[in-house]
Design a protein around this ligand. Structure first.
Ligand code: GDP
Length: 195
């Protein structure tokens, strides 16, 4: 599906460090511990790929990976750390804003939401930023193997209701479990067919 190498390119800390905008890209955002690394690993079929993003020092960087020859996968730092220093958060938010509003080749953001928690206020902040940057975003529910069918219906309802207020939200959700492999092929196909 992604012909060519899937590998870590670089961690970016300033707009000047972005790789050339020579191909389409998608980015992944989510609260820390939402299951982002696990999902990226499942998506790419590389077990340790996104571990690169979670190593100390890399967690505040925008991490670039190739998805074959024609796409970049961009791993944004997890947000919502309870004890992150204010200065670090502000620096990161400034870079995030610049990135989202200034990256021509960014086609879609995937906002990961833990199925057990639903959309939280910090998720809504990111979604509002995506709205104002006019970046289409699609919600990806993670860890759905951890909840019952009834709980799933309930969280899906909450997510749909919240998304209705966001003009940049893509209406279809992607329901996943990296553990069970659910939804991974769907997510892969969505990325592969973006133009
Ligand atoms: P990140 O901080 O968003 O990168 O989160 P990680 O990918 O490191 O995952 C956080 C925790 O959730 C780890 O203990 C994972 O094993 C677990 N996890 C991630 N995805 C799933 C899933 O689909 N199902 C279950 N049951 N656990 C998951």
């Amino acid at each position: 599906l992604f012909a060519g190498p899937v590998e870590f390119v670089k961690g970016v800390v300033a707009m000047s460090g972005l790789p050339p905008a020579d191909r389409l890209e998608v980015c992944f955002a989510g609260r820390s511990n939402v299951g982002k690394s696990t999902l990226i690993n499942a998506l790419t079929g590389r077990k340790a790929l996104a571990r690169a993003s979670n190593t100390p020092g890399r967690t505040q960087e925008i991490n670039y990976f190739t998805l074959g020859e024609s796409r970049y996968l961009v791993d944004l730092p997890g947000y919502g750390y309870a004890n992150a220093p204010v200065a670090v958060v502000q620096k990161w938010q400034a870079l995030l804003k610049q990135y989202l509003s200034g990256r021509q080749t960014l086609r879609r953001a995937f906002v990961l939401v833990d199925a057990r928690h639903g959309i939280k206020p910090v998720d809504e902040e990111i979604m509002a930023l995506l709205d104002s940057s006019a970046v289409t975003f699609q919600c990806v529910l993670t860890k759905t193997d951890k909840i019952s069918a009834a709980a799933r219906d309930k969280v899906l309802e909450q997510v749909r209701q919240k998304l209705a207020a966001h003009p940049a939200a893509f209406p279809e959700l992607i329901v996943t479990s990296s553990e069970k492999g659910e939804g991974i092929a769907t997510l892969r196909a969505v990325i592969a067919t973006l133009e």
